[in-house]
Design a protein around this ligand. Structure first.
Ligand SMILES: Nc1ncnc2c1ncn2[C@@H]1O[C@H](COP(=O)(O)OP(=O)(O)O)[C@@H](O)[C@H]1O
Ligand SMILES: CC(C)(COP(=O)(O)O)[C@@H](O)C(=O)NCCC(=O)O
Length: 315
């Protein structure tokens, strides 16, 4: 991980208040109805989080995507032909339970509102985890989320096809209920204006494995990368909290791989989740996820209650 001096050299550093001030220059105003719809994504998200953090962020991304679209116009003028634009790809990385999917869904809803890029698709990389039978065959059941548990070639082929402007690309879908790739369902991506790619592995390079050295990285195809960050003590508590909630939802489903967890009491469930964190998600965070943080163009740092308290933006 990089030291403070390098971080200062690389990033503009905003505390919450300074970042929130930037919303004054955001012309986009959300109606009551739109705000309510956004809260439907996660009823626990506070409205001030949307206005203070996400509105300025959506404006920044709108400007950055606009600059890329302008560059496409210039390039077409230079080349004297009309090449169709390829999707702008934004990646969102971070630990298990940091709130990547919540952040991704809020950004998707906000970015769609800009007339310059109304079609925003969201793909999560868990669809690229090897199917459960394959993970078992490779002895990776206790390594879910580690780099070797993903079909990285399939993931890279996917982003490469999207970036090449393919008209239609299919993506496998993951179910947290069956804890496996869905055998028959696929998500179809048809040339969105923006693709948000969310997953703990999107800033990884795989460079530790000799096989991967000549392979491109996901980030070769990504235009703007975001890392959602928080202290591990908070991450572990959010993971346990979500696990406790799952007892009455995902785990209670009759198809759930973890049905046996649904009947655990609070103490047992906390102990189980804590063990999973200490055995799998914590080590994965320290070994494979956190070391990728400073590759991101933007780091969103959360404190207690999921409130962002710092934003670091690449100069
Ligand atoms: N901004 C937020 N405010 C309140 N709770 C949140 C927020 N973002 C995420 N959470 C909660 O934190 C947990 C993890 O969020 P999730 O988006 O599923 O994380 P990830 O995709 O990184 O695993 C969930 O229980 C979710 O409800
Ligand atoms: C499927 C995952 C690797 C993906 O995590 P996510 O991108 O949803 O944060 C993770 O949710 C997971 O299953 N980890 C293995 C240990 C556990 O059950 O939490």
């Amino acid at each position: 991980m990089i030291n403070n001096q390098t971080q200062e050299a690389l990033y503009l550093d905003f505390d919450r208040a300074r970042w929130a001030e930037l919303r004054n220059s955001v012309p986009l105003t959300l109606s009551e109805g739109e705000l309510t719809r956004l809260r439907g994504i996660n009823e626990r998200i506070s409205l001030s989080e949307v206005t203070d953090i996400y509105l300025p962020l959506s404006r920044l991304l709108n400007l950055i995507v606009g600059a890329r679209q302008q560059r496409g116009v210039v390039l077409n003028q230079f080349l004297g032909n009309k090449q169709s634009d390829s999707p702008y790809i934004i990646s969102i990385a971070g630990s298990v339970a940091v709130g990547k999917s919540t952040t991704a869904r809020i950004l998707q809803a906000l970015l769609k509102q800009w007339p310059e890029h109304p079609k925003v698709d969201l793909v999560t990389t868990d669809g690229f985890l090897y199917p459960l039978t394959e993970l078992k065959r490779r002895g990776l059941l206790q390594r879910k989320g580690f780099p070797e548990s993903y079909d990285t070639k399939m993931l890279i082929d996917f982003v490469s096809e999207v970036k090449s402007g393919a008209e239609r690309v299919e993506v496998p879908l993951y179910s947290h209920i069956i804890y496996d790739r869905l055998p028959y369902e696929r998500q179809v991506i048809q040339k969105p204006d923006i693709l948000i790619l969310e997953g703990l592995n999107v800033l990884q390079t795989g460079l530790d494995s000799p096989v991967d050295i000549r392979r491109p990285f996901v980030s070769d195809f990504v235009d703007f990368s975001i890392y959602v960050d928080a202290d591990e003590s908070l991450l572990k508590s959010w993971y346990i909290e979500r696990f406790l909630q799952f007892r009455s939802s995902a785990f209670a489903d009759e198809n759930s791989y973890f049905r046996h967890y649904a009947s655990l009491n609070d103490v047992q469930a906390t102990e189980t989740a804590s063990q999973i964190w200490d055995g799998i998600n914590g080590p994965n965070l320290r070994m494979n996820i956190q070391p990728t943080r400073e590759r991101a163009h933007l780091i969103l740092r959360k404190g207690a209650d999921h409130l962002m308290n710092r934003v670091l933006l690449r100069k």
